[in-house]
Write a protein that binds this ligand. Sequence first.
Ligand code: CO
Length: 460
Amino acid sequence: MKKIKFTETVLRDAQQSLIATRMPFETFEPILSTMDKAGYYSLECWGGATFDSCLRYLNEDPWERLRKIRKACPNTKLQMLLRGQNLLGYKHYPNDVVRRFVAKSVENGIDIIRIFDALNDVRNLEVAVDQTIKSGAHASGTICYTLSPVHNTKAYIKLAKDMESMGVQSICIKDMAGIISPKEAYELVTALKENVKLPIILHTHCTTGLGPMTLLKAAEAGVDVIDTAISSFSGGTSQPATETLNYILTQDGYKTGLDTGVLKEINDFFKPVKADALKSGLLNPVVLSTDTDALTYQVPGGMLSNLVAQLTAQKKMDKFEEVLEETPRVRKDLGYPPLVTPMSQMVGVQATSNVLAGERYKNVSKEIRAYVRGEYGKAPGKIDPALIKKVLGDEKPIKGRYADTLGDGYEAAKAEIGAKAHSEEDVLSYIAFPTQAEAFFDKRDERAKNTFKYTIEKID
Ligand code: CO
């Protein structure tokens, strides 16, 4: 019998794509034990923007969230998304920090780490992959899928083979923009199946409307795992619906291992959560519709909703089309980086700045400067020499692996945050998001003090 497995994304990518990762733990806590019985291959629930959002907006300790999910879901593999040497942030971290972060993620409950590099530069995956395997977890090597004159099947096969020799246990095709077509997915999965011996996973988004058809064709090519979201949090910039794909594939003779009754319970739970998000405005209906522009602009779901938020806040939504048109031009200048975090934000911010300033590259962010210098790794194509000159002047781009020039980082950060950090996890939160983590620690200490006072008063 043909087999296919499902990764459920509602707790990470689906809510990141639709509601900017603003779902507090308390909201989904009651459904976790049910989710544990659905028969998923894995539950994507951590990493990506969840960590930042917990500290910045939800006043939650991300590590505690992970431990609580682990406790409530003892039978399902927990999965996180990690940006290789960037961890969850926007810059490269020292190797010792990457090792500690990975080790602690596994220790706190993660089973599978999907590791990608925004530029598909394998040197940026090495340390995270090595530590994941050493910590006893599953390292999923990731291809950031994009279309450009320098990205083709041959290049993706080479990347997959390089990751296979690094020891990864599966290969994930990560199509963050929802642009991989059914035909392209069929061909790429077939080619990967012929050239590597590992399970192949496909991750896509519904942004352009291709999603469900693409997953079906990928299944026909023998893909082993697909990413889907429970239907109330599916579609638009999110993933195709879990129930729909389960329905289609079961009818086609695949064994999915999913329990439709449990899926219904999960969906019934999330329906009112979605309704509330629509009512409060947290969920903008724009991100729920099909937008074929992405086939031209290759703008991923998260980036699209960020651009809308950014321009709305500045009351410049009338410039939306212009910014969308500028985005691929900036990308070309930068040597065709895939539009995935942090590159998607960097390209998006630069395109916005180019449009709003009325002059291209009048302002260049320090991140773009670092990219042009080579601090993010090697660009897939050639960076425009005129842009290099404009940004760096006489300075030369660096050679080699940037993180190797950083030395160690953990002990210095630990000394810096001092007693406010109560654990190694806290220090890692501080390294990842210093300002947000410190503000969170202060609030946490304040809360603890108040609880203590209250207890004393009660005793009196
Ligand atoms: Co995604």
